[in-house]
Ligand binder design. Structure first.
Ligand SMILES: [Zn+2]
Length: 311
């Protein structure tokens, strides 16, 4: 009996040691102090984003009516013209290239040509509003309304805010005489919502052709979100460091012909076979889900924050 008790006590001590050890290994959460951005006029910046929303830069799926596609094409031209007039310092300092019709590549030359450039991306296109659902919007998707402390509309989060953020920062910095040490490129694609093959993929090919090697690329990711992580009430800037994969499969099923007077069993029909295959795919998805190291660290970071921190 005594030996059992000693054994249990030893096991408990070991368990506590492991728990304490593992807990100490997790880096503590350190809130980043907010920095004043008094150089920006928040209302002006908000109005710029609201104005950007008004451009109906919609990506249409293949087979959309020609007049919708033409309207979008005009909106892309109007939007890039608007950028030129709204951000005059950017317009005169950065070189602008129009790639593949409507995508925009801007280059802000750095002082040190030996340094690899960085590329900051944000797409100009937005998804359409499904016909018949307009009335479900509190404010029209393309009106660019500012109300109740919010900017409303398509593209406010996905992702004209990225474009406006970069341009506002560049405009302000240039006005203060700033030149980056490292060349900074902006890539504003025009078809991200339908795959990006005609937009940023073409910019990528162009940069590869020019043998441009980048130090890093930053694209659309998270946002400053309220209540996104359970237990954290303060707004959190979510930096996306991992990306989910996607897959498109085309399934073909064949079956023997016949007559409806003598129908085969459902499982023998082409539709039945397809349904079976789809069900099997659902049961055994081609990808395993899971968290990689960085995603897991994010979850640990917010769980381990001190109770007093509010940032
Ligand atoms: Zn997006």
């Amino acid at each position: 009996m005594r030996r059992i008790l000693i054994g249990i006590a030893a096991a408990l001590v070991l368990l506590v040691a492991v728990v304490v050890g593992r807990t100490l290994m997790v880096p503590a959460y350190k809130p980043v102090p907010a920095r004043a951005v008094s150089a920006f006029d928040a209302n002006t910046v908000a109005q710029h984003l609201a104005d950007a929303v008004k451009f109906r830069t919609i990506s249409w799926q293949e087979g959309a009516p020609a007049e919708d596609v033409a309207a979008s094409a005009a909106a892309f031209v109007a939007f890039r013209d608007w950028i030129e007039t709204t951000y005059p310092n950017v317009a005169k300092t950065l070189t602008r290239e129009i790639v593949s019709g409507h995508s925009v590549l801007m280059t802000w030359k750095g002082a040190d040509a030996a340094l690899k450039p960085i590329l900051l991306m944000s797409h100009m296109d937005v998804v359409p509003v499904v016909a018949g659902t307009e009335k479900n919007w509190t404010h029209d998707a393309f009106e660019g309304v500012i109300a109740d402390g919010h900017i409303w509309g398509r593209g406010t989060l996905d992702t004209k805010q990225g474009i406006i953020g970069m341009l506002e920062a560049a405009e302000l910095l240039i006005s203060k005489g700033f030149q980056p040490k490292r060349t900074i490129m902006f890539a504003f694609g025009h078809d991200e919502e339908i795959g990006g093959t005609n937009g940023n993929a073409k910019i990528a090919a162009l940069l590869a052709e020019r043998k441009v090697e980048l130090e890093f690329v930053n694209d659309e990711g998270g946002m400053i979100a309220n209540g996104a992580l359970p237990g954290v009430e303060a707004p959190i800037a979510l930096v996306g460091v991992a990306e989910k994969g996607g897959i498109t499969l085309e399934l073909t099923a064949k079956a023997a012909g016949g007559h409806s007077s003598a129908p085969p069993a459902v499982a023998e029909t082409a539709i039945g076979r397809l349904a079976h295959a789809i069900e099997k795919l659902g049961d055994e998805p081609p990808f395993e889900s899971g968290l990689d190291e960085t995603s897991r660290a994010t979850v640990w970071a917010w769980r381990r924050r001190p109770a007093s921190s509010a940032a």
